[in-house]
Design a protein around this ligand. Sequence first.
Ligand code: TXA
Ligand code: MG
Length: 358
Amino acid sequence: METMSQRKVKTEIELVDEKSIDMGIIRKAGRILREGGLVAFPTETVYGLGADALDADAAKKIYAAKGRPSDNPLIVHICRIEDLYGIVTEVTQAAKLLAEAFWPGPLTMILNKSENVPYQTTGGMDTVAVRMPSNKIALALIKEGGGYIAAPSANTSGRSSPTLAEHVYEDMDGRIPLILDGGAVGIGIESTIIDLTEKKPVILRPGYITPRMLSKVIGEVAVDPGILAEGSGQKPKAPGMKYKHYAPNADLVLVEGEPDKVIAKINGLAKINIAEGKQVGIIGAQETVANYKQGMVVSIGERRNEEMIAHNLYKILRQFDKSGVDVIYSESFETPGLGQAIMNRLWKAAGYQIMEAK
Ligand code: TXA
Ligand code: MG
């Protein structure tokens, strides 16, 4: 029995400034990792929950702390490109090119794992997901922690990924000894995942690095049909993409269609719900929020600023959890670059409840 993980630990939060990193704190955190413990830390995408990726028991603690199904593999984080050679059977030409182009940064590559990566880390798979983040706190911690740090997003399984240390604390208080608070993350949605173990590279999770950016470096890339809206009938290839995810407590419904019709539809639905005594939340773009007169209305940012939309998404979903609304209506944000990544998260958060405004 995992008695250790059931006993409550005191969760410490240490402030770390990415511009002037206190190495004393990083060494303390690194020691916890090397001794098989867990530390949450900021990356440029979302906060991660770290453990020694080469220590099967440490990896198991991650699953316990998150309440994550054990068949859902973890991403191994490294702090030098050459460390990739230590955990995969072969660094393919595509992997070399992509690492040069996008590391350190928000790209995760899947390659065939070598023997020293335990199956506990890869959820039983013969492949391993690897990423070198660009956040300097993350890089320093990975180095001090032994060089190979498994880190899923530091949320309870099913909830939105944390973009602030407070979000991590909400989910992990009493479960882990230390959170490094490096402030708000930059990107706000998780890394792009590309599978390089098949003949043709396949994107398993859309993210900040878009298909266009990838194909400029390695030519044609496919997108796993399972990650697009439901109805594709396909099971996603990344085991984690099949689970309910990022879901707010309230019922989230996406409303798609022409802007005027979307506004009218959301206003109509909100009116009915409010008459029923329900609390309603609305997520709109900066350009349209003034059209919503009822409910708790939140702007996710200007439509042309898609980085801002990605950055705000999870924070807004968590704010609605705190406010206790019963139902949330959201506009859809199919922006040109990051739209696929943003909508992938929103579809999942909504459990694929999508309405067409006619
Ligand atoms: O931005 C990120 O990638 C963040 C930060 C902390 O680095 N991490 C993150 O990890 O999002 P996680 O565990 O929340 O999501 C990892 C995803 C899951 O959907 C998992 O199924 C998939 O990656 N994955 C991991 N290893 C895989 C493998 N060998 N084959 C297929 N999918 C894999
Ligand atoms: Mg996650």
